[in-house]
Design a protein around this ligand. Structure first.
Ligand code: DX5
Ligand code: ZN
Length: 221
């Protein structure tokens, strides 16, 4: 299982996003948190900013849409060139139609679950998506602590993906650091979002490398 590291620019300096993207050239993706102040009680950035980030980023953009009505808005992020577009299960009306539309537009399609949202209703739809995001904090803010109660869901998600013989990535987001990444990796996650653990470090590349080797080590066990 390949380890994929996706640092969240939510923890970066918003006055100079191009420079901040330049700190994570060794990452696999740049994770961009889009919040609309309705689905979550916070507001970040939207499509015009993402369109520019796609143009200047040294790594592909992994868009996490914490917004209402993703059926209407998510395709625009794929059209803008985001490599991966993730919408929330709690907000979407027609997840299969939206996932197919995102894939048709050339993006990887991701489905996100809040900590209290069960994975079971979606297990028969796994072949329609490229990634399942198991939120390991309540979405809305960076710097929160990892919720250990999400580990069984990560495990059930990974088991279902394996049983189906699919190559669906399992992403974790929230509270991922050197202290928690091994637990998430052992449970079956392979894509790791880290905001404060990467952008809060003096040496972001070293932080990425540390996270990558801890996760790879946990996968080998
Ligand atoms: C929270 C966002 C996360 C956030 C993670 O709702 O989805 O991507 O940036 O931040 P850390 O890694 O600091 O918990
Ligand atoms: Zn996120």
């Amino acid at each position: 299982m390949d380890v994929v590291i996706s640092p969240s620019i939510l923890a970066s300096d918003f006055t100079n996003l191009e420079r901040e993207l330049g700190r994570i050239t060794t990452a696999d993706y740049a994770h961009v948190d889009v919040m609309d102040n309705h689905f979550v009680p916070n507001l970040t950035l939207g499509l015009p900013v993402v369109e520019r980030l796609v143009q200047v980023s040294p790594v592909p953009i992994d868009c996490h849409l914490m917004i209402e009505d993703p059926d209407r808005w998510a395709p625009g992020f794929a059209e803008a060139g985001a490599a991966s577009v993730t919408f929330h299960a709690e907000a979407v009306q027609a997840p299969v139609r939206l996932a197919r539309e995102l894939r048709r537009l050339g993006a990887r399609a991701g489905l996100a679950l809040r900590p209290a949202t069960p994975v079971e209703p979606f297990l028969d739809l796994l072949d329609e998506i490229d990634m399942l995001l198991v939120m390991t904090v309540e979405p809305g803010f960076g710097g929160q602590s990892f919720i250990d109660g999400t580990l069984p869901k990560i495990r059930r998600a990974r088991d279902a993906v394996s049983a189906a013989g699919l190559d669906v990535w399992v992403q974790v987001d929230g509270g991922i650091s050197g202290a928690t990444i091994e637990r998430a990796a052992e449970a079956g996650a392979n894509v790791f979002v880290a905001g404060s653990a990467v952008y809060g470090a003096d040496d972001a590349a070293a932080a990425i490398q540390d996270l990558r080797s801890l996760a790879a080590g946990a996968h080998r066990h």
